[in-house]
Write a protein that binds this ligand. Structure first.
Ligand code: GLV
Ligand code: MN
Ligand code: MN
Length: 445
């Protein structure tokens, strides 16, 4: 493997009260939480969840701030290393900082890999990412409890910097590995304090000169399966705790720079102002309307203002648009219409508008062959439902190079990217069982 490091142990991670899988969905509504299904590795799941849950949790918001290459990220990585060591799995960090825990010899090839990510959005929930990693280790435990004998190598993976919360680009670890982000592009990424990705990597002990495409590694992966909490309510509206992904909507991030003129809030006549906040506000409303009319999604969730003074008209408002749609033509039309609305309003306000596409992820259709096989492997009274998602995932990046599939675990509120994100404990256990079924079906026959 290219540019990786191996080791066998890690430092511990603390525990405190923080979100746990909560409450069963017993059919009679009387079920209590904390049941552990025989052989599911349920107690292992609990222990892992407890060990991980304090890391990077903000006491004020109750949400997670696990940003790439920060101390919280380092602690999450130590946790992963420790879980690998506890199971006798060979741990390695690849050239792009992704962590792998191997059961079997990767050199054999045709490996079955499962996992997700441990980083978070600002004040994110406990499940987006970690559920897939914890469930992956628990599924390995479950396979062992079943006495299953994998004929293919198995690995658990933690992809670095999936959310892009710090450097603005999502899925940096998997994009680099898949060659969808060049080292040159990655080296240009900077956080809000001007720290570059290489500087942050180096400060966290990773060699930034090693980053780059890793086709040799990907060639050894025969299948990748990512389990993830559902980030909507499709499963909750049905009867199934676990579903299978059909597709990921195309999505992207666009930076809108509204350049106006700084001036005195208390003396400048309204007629004389070039106030970028007005242009920005109108653009936010336009985004909502254009998305609604097209059946798409458009969100300004991040904004920066200069000089950011209460008694000063802003000189610059910078807003980041996240937009997603079922198909690429619709997405392009929506973003184009939002951009046009911004420019029209800017012309009225005497504000210059610049739009920069910062990232774009094309539509992902998961291969029918693997998806259908997995839907059959997930045991239940009925075939697992198959559903698309608007959320981005490392699975979407890898799908261009490797047969890839996703499992979703029911989210009773649909809330995600929020401290209120939740999943019922028995649904999490059902997710582990489903993942173990899939791994057994793929690796042991
Ligand atoms: C990641 O969760 C994304 O969809 O942006
Ligand atoms: Mn996310
Ligand atoms: Mn995620």
């Amino acid at each position: 493997m290219t540019g990786g490091t191996h080791d066998a142990a890690g430092s511990g991670a603390g525990a405190s009260s923080a979100p746990e899988p909560a409450g069963t969905r017993a059919a009679d509504g009387t079920g209590t939480a904390h049941g552990t299904a025989p052989g599911t590795g349920g107690s292992g799941f609990h222990q892992m969840w407890r060990d991980l849950r304090a890391i990077g949790r903000h006491a004020g918001s109750g949400g997670y701030r696990r940003y790439a290459w920060t101390a919280a990220d380092t602690d999450c990585r130590a946790w992963f290393r420790q879980e690998a060591a506890a199971r006798g799995l060979a741990h390695e960090v690849d050239r792009n900082g992704n962590q792998w825990a191997w059961l079997g010899d990767p050199a054999q090839g045709d490996a079955v890999v499962t996992g997700s990510h441990l980083d978070s959005v600002p004040d994110g929930g406990a499940f987006d990412g970690p559920l897939g990693v914890v469930s992956a280790f628990a599924a390995v435990d479950e396979l062992r409890a079943r006495g299953a004998r994998p004929a293919r190598p198995l690995a658990v993976v933690n992809f670095g910097d999936e959310e892009g919360a710090r450097f603005g680009l999502a899925c940096v670890g998997s994009r680099l590995t898949a060659g969808q982000l060049t080292p040159e592009q990655a080296r240009e990424l900077r956080d809000a304090d001007g720290v570059s990705l290489p500087q942050a990597m180096e400060a966290a002990g990773h060699d930034p000169d090693a980053i780059g495409a890793d086709p040799e590694r990907l060639a050894r992966v025969g299948a990748f399966v990512e389990l993830h909490i559902e980030q909507g309510r499709a499963l909750d509206l049905g009867d199934s705790p676990v579903g299978v992904a059909s597709a990921i909507w195309p999505h992207g991030r666009w930076r809108f720079d509204f350049h106006g003129q700084a001036n005195h809030a208390g003396t400048t006549r309204l007629e004389d102002r070039h106030d970028p906040m007005l242009t920005y506000a109108t653009t936010v409303l336009a985004a909502r309307k254009k998305a609604r009319l097209a059946g798409a999604l458009a969100t300004f969730g991040k904004v920066a203002v200069e000089p950011n003074g209460v008694n000063a008209i802003a000189s610059l408002v910078r807003g980041w648009l996240d937009s997603r749609a079922a198909d690429e033509d619709t997405l392009a039309a929506v973003v184009g219409a939002i951009e046009q609305a911004a420019r029209e309003r800017g012309a009225r306000d005497g504000v210059d508008v610049q739009v920069t596409r910062e990232s774009f992820t094309p539509v992902v259709e998961f291969t029918h062959e693997l998806r259908d096989r997995i839907a059959c492997l997930v045991s239940g009274d009925a075939p697992a439902p198959v559903l698309p998602t608007g959320a981005g995932h490392d699975a979407g990046i890898l799908s261009a190079a490797v047969p890839t599939a996703m499992l979703f675990v029911r989210n009773p509120t649909g809330i995600s990217h929020s401290p209120a994100e939740s999943a019922a404990e028995d649904d999490c256990v059902a997710g582990v069982t489903a993942l173990a079924d899939v791994l057994e079906g793929l690796a042991c026959r």
